[in-house]
Design a binder for this molecule. Structure first.
Ligand SMILES: C[S@@+](CC[C@H](N)C(=O)[O-])C[C@H]1O[C@@H](n2cnc3c(N)ncnc32)[C@H](O)[C@@H]1O
Length: 239
């Protein structure tokens, strides 16, 4: 078994975090679709905590692609709503144990509210991201800011993953996304949802990703097509 598969099947449980196994398989599914469509460019997560989801994102892409980890880490005064508790040395130790190419990881200690698209582009050397996970501050304001940042640096054929969209403990995420799609006109649109993670891609690719998930998740428990902000979104519970 490969290090990548071992992490999905079992080893992720040794990394503290709140991610379900289905979400790790979901990352593999999306990365496979991207590989077949020639989509490259690296990954980024805002809010890595100890790295449970980040390592799955990183392992799903090639060693030649950059993986960017953003967190306030020990500067918890910037974690104003107390979501998770970043810890740099634990994160680094987990990378060394479970990441397939730890040398391609760029760790950026920052409050995401202080970050601009040029800051992130400087870290990736100008390459756009193909999988961007938003899981840092969970207020509506953090969600809107981080989503705008993600749209600016994610490829049009890439995916933005927003955590805790339906989690009753973190209503700010839902409020932020609703505010953005009601008051603004984002160029990204939702296409899939599984276990609290809402998936977005550009308008150009929305139908292609939705069709792919329809095909892939058709036999999953609680499979259902729903409409969100006027887009067809594929929802499922597990597989
Ligand atoms: C829910 S945890 C992330 C869980 C993680 N994605 C996982 O796989 O388990 C939230 C993380 O966001 C970080 N965080 C909170 N506010 C932030 C901010 N304003 N900017 C960057 N990171 C932030 C916290 O330190 C914490 O590590």
């Amino acid at each position: 078994m490969s290090k990548r598969q071992d992490y999905i099947d079992d080893l992720h449980q040794r990394v503290e975090g709140w991610i379900f196994p289905e979400n790790l398989r979901m990352v593999e599914l999306l990365a496979g679709f991207q590989d077949r469509n020639g989509v490259t460019g690296g990954v980024c997560e805002i809010g890595v905590h100890h790295g449970r989801f980040f390592i799955a994102l990183h392992n799903a892409v090639g060693a030649s692609e950059t993986s960017v980890a953003v967190d306030v880490f020990e500067d918890q005064s910037s974690n104003i709503d107390g979501s998770g508790l970043g810890n740099l040395s634990t994160f680094q130790a987990n990378l060394n144990r479970f990441a397939t190419a730890p040398n391609s990881v760029r760790i950026h200690k920052a409050d995401s509210l202080s970050l601009t698209p040029p800051d992130l582009s400087a870290i990736t050397g100008g390459r756009r991201i193909r999988l961007f996970s938003i899981d840092g501050g969970h207020t509506a304001e953090h969600t809107v800011h981080d989503f705008r940042l993600a749209m600016a640096v994610t490829r049009t054929d890439g995916v933005i993953i927003v955590d805790d969209f339906h989690n009753p403990h973190w209503p700010g995420v839902n409020i932020g996304i609703n505010r953005l799609f009601t008051l603004d006109t984002p160029s990204f649109a939702p296409f899939g949802y599984m276990r609290d993670k809402l998936l977005f891609t550009s308008l150009t690719w929305q139908r292609r990703y939705a069709a792919f998930l329809q095909e892939s998740w058709r036999d999953c428990p609680a499979y259902k097509m729903v409409s969100m902000f006027g887009y067809d979104v594929v929802t499922a519970m597990a597989w």
